[in-house]
Design a protein. Sequence first.
Length: 517
Amino acid sequence: MFKAKSVFVKCFLVLIIFSSLACQKGNRTDHLLHVAIKAPPLNLDPRLATDGTGFKLSKLIFNGLFRLNEKLELVPDLLESYQQKTSNTYHFVLRKEVRFHNGKELTADDVLYTYNSILKDEVASPFKSAFEKVKTIQQEGKYEFSISLQEPYAPFLTALSLGIVPKEEVLKLKDDFTRHPIGTGQYQFVQWQDDAFVELKAFPQAFQGIPKNAGIRFDILKDDNLLVLKLLKGDVDLALNGVPPVLLEKVKQKENINVLSDFGITVSYLGMNLENPILKQTKVRKAIALALNRDELIVHYRKGYARKANSILSPSNWAYNKDLPQIQYDQKEAMRLLDEAGYPDPDGNGPKPRFSLQYKTSSSKERIEIAQMIARQLGQIGVEVAVQSYEWGTFFDDIKKGNFELYSLQWVGVTEPDLLYDIFYSKNLPPEGLNRGRYKNKALDPILLAARKAQTPEARRKYYLEAQSILFTELPLIPLWYEDNVVAFWNTIEGVHLSPDASFKMLAELTKQAGKH
């Protein structure tokens, strides 16, 4: 039974502390923008960064040939021009006088090295599948090169948004490059103190324009209460998707803090290890999905700042299947499916479970509480779930290794529908691939491959609609909700706005009024 009284008491005590500390002034003397993040990056090398924090930070430090604009449209970034000569061949011309943070000029040699290091397995990049169709990469001058593919590959240009690394520095620093990155982005790496902060400074030679602030310190605040306390006190200027929804109302009451929210495209999901003999059964996965009261979860933990999900792709995605129904909450049907799957209740309404599962999550307080509520909901259909929380790095490493039965994570800022190939194609297994659940479906694989070869958005969409229908039926993972983007910030910060993918890119446009808040 959920201990509502205990939670109320804890929240009441926290609010008392908030009230006393919120009146205190921050005493910072630096001129940096302080941004709260809830988890440290695991990697800042764009060829390796798949965790949410590392991926978003790397976009500030590095540039790709292409980028997504605020409308989530793919536009040139490091490119002066490009041309698709045939269905399989592309010619690219780089911008001139683009500088890395060490002062060296970006050339085609750096681009070729970045892609070849992935293709030749110099790094175990999880993005390798995006480049597997590359046949040849040919340099044609200091700033020009061509790429030929083995066959048409529709999402190829999206893959080229991967950050370009400087060949000379990577060869010199080797493994140390992951913690001392050098890119061409608007921000230059300064320092990274484990579990404390990552500091970046404005790069004065940034080709996109110099940021409007001197730099950013990303304060790593794993504890939700500490994050909010530092925000209220003024030690933190801004928190993007950092304040737990349960504490947002208190933050809104602070006179000098603003809160903005909008629909997002980040999807939270329940992952399952399909090599587990219980979870490999479709009826069991469907039963688990039916037993989840997502309305209760969204109201209790998201305070309404979310929409129920039925696909990895969000309704704002051009390839989303709007004909998919929502997964309904139905305990009776869930128990019937478990009976059919060969897991009857051993003692009726007694305490004995049908079977037991382990549920791994990070040490985030919010994620632990969500896992505990999911465990209680599954317990109501006779599935015993033991929740185990771990420090973020250990947790994520276990997920990549397949050392789990259940887990919950997010796919952050999903824009390219080819992600369905990355996470569900049978051969895309970790560590190089993202098929963490080890899902294999001979009927789905050719559909995902066909979508990659289709030459028009309309043709691609047809395949993705079919793929989503199969995934909805099979449920290799269970989509939970699309999280709203919520940013809380002091009114001394100007220029704040939200993008659907909650990108950190907008931070370069922020200015801070003189004086301390």
